[in-house]
Write a protein that binds this ligand. Structure first.
Ligand SMILES: Nc1ncnc2c1ncn2[C@@H]1O[C@H](COP(=O)(O)OP(=O)(O)O)[C@@H](O)[C@H]1O
Ligand SMILES: O=P(O)(O)OC[C@H]1O[C@](O)(COP(=O)(O)O)[C@@H](O)[C@@H]1O
Ligand SMILES: [Mg+2]
Length: 449
């Protein structure tokens, strides 16, 4: 018998190294379910579209840069409407929950799930779970209808509320079973998707006809596989406003320094900063430093505290860095500087999403609804190489994206901001080891701190 984790991904191999990392389907554990024609067939808007339905065999490659001899590699199932439905509109009893930290676009995703269920599939029974996972068993539900959600995309946050901690799988699935939910839409970050995976496994263990669909969110791009999260575009736009403000402040003072903290728990890099600041001030008269919240954690006094979800609580690196810079230049260098520290982090994640993120949220939500109506379960709806796909939970939760200071993206950042790499010998050696004999890292291409 398969172990629970084997339930999360179905692997099919094809020719020339083709691998499909497929998501589960309700018929994997409840065979012989009746099917129904997709109501979109008789929807005037869709019935005229040639090839509106996605072919059952369509898949999307994870890697699109290939050589002539490279195996075809890993693929994910393409998202979209299917011909056969496994739920009738009257049968659907859906719920939506939002968990973890805020991110621009949460309300848009909620709105679009409600709209898609109703406008595309005629399914009108949808409830919101109040306040994250614990809301399943500790709070009341929130009624949702197209009318109720009509305007919510213009607001930041989530109308359902959110929380950290409180994930009790058995109590959550008891509540799903007692309330008769058969489609569960779970919007949240890496922790939330881990929670969704165990909810799906427990539902499967109990043999319930319930589709579990995840919609990934991250303000700091720590979720692997997907191109980017909804809200990212909005966050970049809002972060720019803080950076611009820091620049104006810095430019207006002699030896002005603006420090801006942005979200990003997983960051690396150290050494040579003070020397570089001094050089830059001499050349330019002012500078702006953008620091990720997770940077330099090893340099700050250890706190070893966790939030309710088990995430490490971070110290304020922006404040720490600002103090260290001030001390260094006043005590050691006797150089008069004016430093302004801006922390826009919570402002960034609490604003409503911009137009481009709204489009993205809409498509993600529609994909999730198409997937659940077609009987898929245990999947995260995500963009891979610009195409919407269904990704098995284990691929989303197996690791977290980290900032890699030896990759092409970091190199582009360094050249566009004209800053040194701050790589030290040890990090260079480690990077070379990771890249193996094919390493293109040159000793003289780095700035040794
Ligand atoms: N490994 C896990 N298994 C089950 N539930 C989890 C796990 N990690 C986190 N969760 C739950 O997911 C929810 C959100 O997690 P959190 O880390 O706070 O935010 P995010 O999903 O944004 O990363 C919380 O209610 C938490 O209890
Ligand atoms: O104060 P809170 O709510 O714990 O949020 C702080 C954390 O939330 C985030 O914004 C997002 O983290 P999650 O994706 O885990 O929700 C982190 O960047 C940040 O460290
Ligand atoms: Mg997280």
């Amino acid at each position: 018998m398969a172990t629970p984790s084997n339930f999360q991904m179905k692997v099919t191999e094809g020719q020339l190294g083709y691998v499909l990392q497929d998501v589960p389907h309700i018929t994997d554990y409840i065979p012989n379910l009746p099917t129904y024609p997709n109501p979109l067939r008789s929807n005037p808007a869709y019935s005229v579209v040639k090839q509106y339905f996605v072919d059952m065999d369509d898949s999307v490659p994870q890697k699109i840069v290939v050589h002539k001899d490279t195996p075809r590699g890993v693929h994910f199932r393409r998202a979209g409407p299917r011909q056969k439905m496994y739920f009738t509109p009257e049968e659907v009893n859906a719920c939506i929950v939002t968990c973890g930290g805020l991110c621009p676009g949460l309300n848009t995703v909620i709105r679009e799930i409600v709209h898609s269920l109703d406008y595309m599939y005629g399914a009108t029974k949808v409830l919101g779970i109040d306040g994250g996972y614990r809301g399943f068993y500790a709070k009341n539900t929130i009624p949702l209808s197209p009318k109720i959600v009509n305007d919510i995309h213009k607001r930041g946050g989530t109308i359902l509320g959110t929380s950290r901690g409180g994930h009790d799988t058995v109590k959550i699935v008891d509540s799903i079973q007692d309330r008769g939910f058969n489609q569960v839409y779970i919007i949240g970050g890496d922790g939330t998707q881990k929670g969704a995976a165990v909810i799906y496994e427990e539902i499967r263990r109990r043999g319930l006809k319930v589709a579990v669909a995840g919609i990934p969110k991250t303000i700091d791009n720590d979720i692997p596989v997907i191109d980017r999260s909804f809200g990212f575009d909005t966050a970049v736009e809002e972060a720019q406003r803080a950076i611009n403000a820091a620049h104006v402040e810095a430019e207006s003072a002699e030896n002005g320094i603006g420090v801006v903290k942005l979200m990003g728990r997983y960051s690396e890099g150290q050494g040579g900063l003070f020397e570089y600041i001094e050089k830059r001030l001499k050349e330019n008269g002012h500078m702006v430093i953008v620091v990720a919240e997770g940077a330099g954690e090893d340099l700050l006094a250890a706190k070893n505290e966790q939030d309710a979800s088990g995430n490490k609580l971070l110290q304020d690196v922006g404040l720490w860095l600002s103090q260290r810079i001030k001390e260094h230049f006043s005590k050691e260098k006797k150089l008069l500087i004016t430093l302004k520290y801006i922390d826009p982090t919570y402002m960034i994640r609490a604003i409503p999403s911009n137009a481009s993120d709204n489009v993205y949220c809409t498509l993600l939500a529609q994909s999730a609804v198409h997937g659940a109506m077609s009987g898929f379960t245990g999947f995260t709806s995500g963009l891979v190489n610009g195409r919407h796909t269904y990704i098995p939970f284990n691929r989303i939760t197996e690791q977290q994206n980290k900032v890699v200071i030896t990759d092409r993206m970091w190199a582009r950042l360094l050249s566009s901001t004209n800053q040194p790499s701050f790589l030290c010998h040890k990090q260079l050696d480690e990077a070379k080891k990771e890249q193996g004999p094919q390493s293109q890292l040159m000793g003289d291409a780095t700035n040794i701190a």
